[in-house]
Write a protein that binds this ligand. Structure first.
Ligand code: SF4
Ligand code: ZN
Length: 416
């Protein structure tokens, strides 16, 4: 039977049944975040301005509780009273320099999700932010929480202040979202939310992942590049590329422990930047490429290079984050090291089998390791058909014949 649009929508909203189960088991026993550290403030420079990030403690992302997102451990907590959330933001703001260029406020998931941040708390947080002197206010939320009412409330609360909303797109490939990341929904949800936000004068940031589970180095780079391009053409004002860290109690950590996953090299991040058309660069930034998560959930291993070149690569990445220009990219691309040669070799390695077949092998391993073989055997055929894209055109990788990896040193010359 052909799937209907409604059955596809339901399927996308449910997520990946195997990964939902595995992720709930992977997250079982995860310690709660410390209630005595209910917020942090992180300052850095981005796009020529001072950027303040204020995180505050909530119960955690609603989707995290259901088993979504194989890379994520944004943390969870016992129930957090509304007043504590508001108090965290109030105290956090006392540590943010007045007049900062951009203030980014984020809970452990979505500010617009009423299950995570109840409506009254959100309204009081808006009041605190509205009276704080900064040029721009931005927040993070899932695309599905962006409703006309929520956007109207945000716009009304912020008055003339510039506002932007960041959403975790992760990948523009519905197939990768579903079978590698297990991010529920569909990229079209991001597009719809972007239209809604832009229609009311709110800016849109797209969070783009580099290095989802199961992908080779080259596939991960291709996916991040295609996603940046897709996001900028489908409503995002800015694309933020995040190289994935391996955090405790995630599928990435489980795979990493067994030699089945490594976080992306920082050279892969450089390659993504090098492949972006120069005219798009001012609309691209990079985030969390340093391992400075502070007191948050434990990071097992981070994107890196070798210790010899790491400081200068990080410094050059900072330079790009501060000023995203072709010459900053050229400076990155011009860096050489022996570890870069090894990364090039790895990037050129072609896997023996196609991605869907490799994913199915790993699914079976996961089912075995997590004592889900009875469950797997009952659904094996259905899941195989889905992963191989036989019965669900919406999950086929769009144009999976990605352009061959190429070194694009000459696209960005130091003369720019
Ligand atoms: S990546 Fe975002 S949507 Fe997914 S579990 Fe983490 S916080 Fe939730
Ligand atoms: Zn090196």
């Amino acid at each position: 039977m052909q799937p209907t649009p409604e059955s596809r929508r339901r399927k996308d909203a449910t997520g990946n049944l195997l990964l939902n189960r595995v992720m709930r088991l992977v997250r079982a026993g995860r310690p709660y975040l410390a209630a005595d550290k209910p917020f942090y403030v992180r300052m850095d420079r981005a796009c020529g301005g001072d950027f303040a990030q204020l995180w505050f403690l909530t119960r955690g992302c609603t989707w995290d509780h259901g088993g979504a997102c194989t890379m994520c451990n944004y943390g969870h907590a016992r129930s957090v009273p509304e007043d504590s959330m508001v108090e965290s933001v109030r105290q956090g703001l006392e540590r943010v320099p007045r007049g900062v260029d951009e203030l980014y406020v984020s809970p452990s998931g979505s500010l617009l999700d009423p299950v995570e941040v109840p409506h009254r708390a959100r309204r009081l947080i808006y009041e605190l932010v509205a009276s704080f002197p900064c040029s721009k206010f931005s927040l993070e939320t899932r695309a599905e929480t962006v409703t006309p009412e929520a956007v109207d409330e945000l716009v009304a609360a912020m008055g003339a202040r510039r506002v932007a909303v960041g959403m975790g797109l992760e990948s523009s490939s519905p197939w990768i979202l579903r079978f590698c990341i297990n991010k529920k929904g569909h990229p079209t949800n991001f597009e719809a939310a972007s239209q809604l936000l832009r229609g009311r004068g709110v800016g849109v940031y797209a969070n783009v992942s580099l290095g989802p589970a199961f992908l080779t180095t080259s596939e991960a780079i291709d996916d991040a590049c295609q996603t940046v391009q897709w996001a900028l053409n489908h409503g995002a004002d800015m694309a933020l590329v995040f190289p994935m860290h391996v955090k405790g109690h995630t599928l990435l950590a489980w795979l990493h422990q067994r030699g089945l996953y490594r976080p992306p090299s920082l050279w892969s991040l450089v390659e993504v930047l090098a492949r972006i058309e120069p005219e798009f660069l001012p609309r691209v930034t990079i985030s969390w490429y340093r391992n400075d998560y502070g007191d948050g959930p434990q990071v097992v291993v981070s994107p890196s290079t070798c210790p010899r070149c790491r400081p200068r690569v990080l410094e050059s990445l900072d330079r790009f984050r501060e000023n995203p220009t072709s010459s900053a990219v050229a400076h990155l691309v011009a860096q050489e090291c022996e570890c870069k040669d090894a990364w090039r070799t790895e990037m050129e390695e072609a896997p023996e089998r196609a991605l869907p077949e490799r994913v199915l092998d790993q699914y079976e391993q996961l089912a075995r390791a997590f004592n889900l073989m009875d469950w797997w055997s009952a659904r094996d055929e259905e899941i195989r058909a889905e992963v191989l894209g036989l019965d669900a055109p919406h999950v086929r990788p769009a144009d999976w014949q990605a352009p061959p990896a190429q070194w694009t040193r000459d696209r960005h010359t130091l003369a720019h």
